[in-house]
Design a protein around this ligand. Structure first.
Ligand code: WQD
Length: 337
């Protein structure tokens, strides 16, 4: 299949492009480079030893994006594009709603116009809200509570609803929603990885900066959660496993019986902050200094998935373990000057 990867220069997008090509598909990558670097596409080309068609376009720019749909005979679209910083979204809700919803609607309208019927959406475990009981299944009752804790999460839930409504109205349109838990790690080459602009919000890239001496110590946001060591527990999944989950999910488009598919992409294992620190030190031989500080607003005690549905229906499950995640994260950090 020829697949438009919107947000293709980003962390998950770039790793997914590598695995799509390795599985025999071709890609057209689009990204506005707001939160990504062109270097990522160049490094994907180095890994694949082949050119990757890339357009620097903002997906809310319908006129320019339409040229790509007109020129390229697309079979599917994977939507990674969007602002994704939870804390920032609380401060700038309108920018998040405008960018994330507008870009999604623009893409869906162009798909309609150019008869592209297959879409895959990069959703998030955050749609389950703060009261979801782990291990979380895709049909969790928590979805009805709608106690999502940020505009970022709301945009994910809204785009899911837009896509499901579109699929209900148009049987030709096939929708795959993939709910990521906590993507971490990097490609074994060390050429692509998580490279946030500025100080990282997320735990793993922050630990990577501490382990390489770029930041003095990790602030552990609270040790009074109802978990084995009091620190937050999450379902960390290696970004290459996540990318392979997208490749596996392409088989949904052959399904004639239904046109909406929803999967958790996680390991089903919970790892605490302090577990991750210890695993990082073990995997890299580097010390990770930390201080326990007060909780961060919006954090929950634990969040991990029941990964059974993807295993049964897609034949996919996560293969990398926590040590691989730490080792590859560190390898990228020391290679990525
Ligand atoms: C993990 C754990 C923190 C940083 C968010 C979004 C999710 C997705 C991934 C975008 C928590 C603790 C963190 C630090 C810490 N977003 N922590 N010190 O919040 O589970 O998920 O990012 O794709 O949609 O909700 O990830 O890595 O920020 O936090 O102690 O400096 O690490 O309290 O327990 P989170 P995270």
């Amino acid at each position: 299949m020829k697949i438009l990867v919107a947000g293709g220069a980003g962390y998950i997008g770039s790793h997914t492009i590598v695995e799509l090509y390795k599985s025999g598909h071709t890609v057209v990558a689009v990204d506005n480079l707001y939160n990504a670097k062109l270097k990522s596409i160049k490094n994907v080309e180095k890994i694949l030893k082949r050119p990757v068609p890339f357009y620097k376009i903002d997906c809310t720019d319908k006129k320019r994006l339409e040229k790509v749909f007109a020129k390229e005979k697309l079979d599917a679209v994977i939507m990674f594009q969007g602002y994704k910083a939870v804390g920032e979204s609380v401060k700038k809700p309108i920018a998040y709603y405008r960018n994330n919803i507008d870009s999604a609607l623009t893409i869906i309208e162009l798909m309609d116009k150019y008869n592209v019927h297959n879409i895959m959406f990069s959703s998030s475990a955050t749609v389950y809200g703060k009261n979801a009981k782990s291990p979380i299944k895709e049909d969790s009752d928590a979805l009805k509570l709608n106690d999502i804790t940020s505009p970022y999460g709301e945009t994910k839930a809204m785009i899911e609803k837009i896509l499901v409504d579109k699929a209900n109205a148009d049987k030709k349109f096939k929708v795959v929603l993939l709910r990521y838990f906590n993507p971490v790690g990097a490609h074994d080459s060390g050429l692509i990885g998580e490279d946030p602009n500025g100080t990282p919000n997320n735990l793993m890239p922050y630990i990577a900066k501490v382990a390489t001496g770029k930041l003095p110590y990790l602030k552990v946001y609270g040790d009074d959660y109802k978990t084995k060591d009091g620190t937050g527990v999450r379902d960390y999944i290696h970004v290459v496993d996540l990318a392979l989950g997208h490749v596996a999910a392409l088989k949904c488009y052959k399904n004639k019986k239904k046109n909406t598919f929803i999967y958790n992409l996680g390991t089903g294992k919970g790892t605490s902050v302090l577990d991750l620190v210890k695993a990082y030190e073990k995997a890299t031989g580097r010390k990770v200094k930390y201080k326990i500080v007060e909780r961060r607003a919006g954090d929950v005690d634990r969040l991990y998935c029941d990964p059974k549905k993807a295993k049964t229906e897609l034949g996919w499950d996560a293969k990398y373990d926590i040590v691989d995640m730490c080792r590859t994260s560190y390898n990228f950090e020391i290679n990525n000057k």
